[in-house]
Ligand binder design. Sequence first.
Ligand code: ADP
Ligand code: MG
Length: 361
Amino acid sequence: MSTPDDPPAVSWTTRRKQAEEQCAALLLRPDEEVAGEVVRLANDPKWEVRKVVAESMAAFPEKVFRELSILFASERNALVAAAFERSLARRSPVADIAPAHADLLQGEVAKITHKFGPDAADAALKFAERCTFLHIRSAGHDLKNILSYLKLDPDALIKEPANAKHKSKIQRYKNGRDYLHRLSEMMEVYSSPLDIRMQPEDLVEMAFEAITAAREQVEKGGVDSTSVACDVEAPESVIVPVSRYHIAMALTNLVKNGIQAYALPDSKFGEGRVLIRIIKDAECVTITVADGGCGVAPGDLQNLVQFIPGGTAKRGGSGYGLPICRRYLQAHGGQIWLESTKNKGMTVTVTIPCNTCDAVL
Ligand SMILES: Nc1ncnc2c1ncn2[C@@H]1O[C@H](COP(=O)(O)OP(=O)(O)O)[C@@H](O)[C@H]1O
Ligand SMILES: [Mg+2]
C-alpha cells in the first residue's frame, strides 16, 4: 500500500532509461553513488531494466562487477541471464589491472645494478623469480583443490533439477563458489599496491574496533561467537602514526584467527578468550594477540612463518590473512612473530615503530 512518504512510482520505461544513463555514468565516473544506483536498478522487478545492467556490466569496476555477478548468477529470466553470460565472456579476466609495467621493473633492476652491481641485480632477479613461482604454485594448488571439490555433473542437474539427491551437491557448489570469491578477494587485497597514508591514530581504540570487525566477520553466517571473550589490556591510549586502513585490517585478521581457533564443528564456538595487549616504549609499540585455542602443530607453524599466501588454510580459510598482516606491518617498518603449541593456543606479536618516518614504504 502506498503512503505519502513513498517515492513517486516511475514507469518501467523510465527506469530502463535510468539504467542506460546510470550504466553510462558509471563508466565515466566510477564512484560509490553511481555504483549504488546501478546495483539498485539491477534488482529491478522488470527484466527489461535488469537486462540493461547485465548487458553493460563487462566494463564496470571490479567491485561492482563482482557484486552484480553474484546477483545475476541466480537470475531467472533467460534473456537477462544470457546478457549476463555475454558480459562475463566479454570481460577481460584482468580488466582492472594495468598492463605489466615492464619499464618500471627494468627501472628497478637498473637501480639495483647501479647501487650494488650486476651480480646483486642478477641474484635479486633470481630470488624474485623464485618467490613468484612459489606464490603462483600455491595459488594454483588452492584453485585446483576448490575446483576438484566443485566437480559436479551439470548434465544430471540440468536434466533432473528437482531431484532431491542433487540438493547436497548444489549446497557444495554454493560453498565452493563462495570460497572462490573469498579467496580471489584476498588474493587481490594481498597483491594490490600499498596506498599508505600515515596519520596519528590511537591503537587502543583501533584494537577495540578490530574486535568488533572480527566478530562481525566471524558471525556473518548467523553463528554466535560470544563464548569467546575478546579483551584489550593497554594504557588509556597509545597514539602513533600509522596507515589506519592497513593496521585495522592486520589487527582484525589476527583477532579473527584468535576467535576461529575456538571453532567447533557445526559453526559453534568453545569457551575461550582472545587478549590484545599493547605496550609502548620509546622506540616501538608491541602488540600481542593471544588465544588459548586449537593452536597449530610445529610443522604447520613452520609453514605459517614462511608467510607464503595460500596453502596454509584450514576450515575454509584462505591462508592469506597472516601474509597480508605481515605485508602491511612491514610497510610500517614493523615485524610479526608467531608462537604456538598445538591445543594450547597461539600468540602473535607485532611491533610498529613509533617513528614510522623510517618505515620502508
Ligand atoms: N590463532 C590461531 N590459532 C590456530 N590456528 C591459526 C591461528 N591463526 C592462524 N591459524 C592457522 O593458520 C591458517 C592461515 O591463517 P591466515 O593466514 O589468517 O588465513 P585464513 O585465516 O584465511 O586461513 C588458518 O587457516 C589456521 O589453520
Ligand atoms: Mg585468518
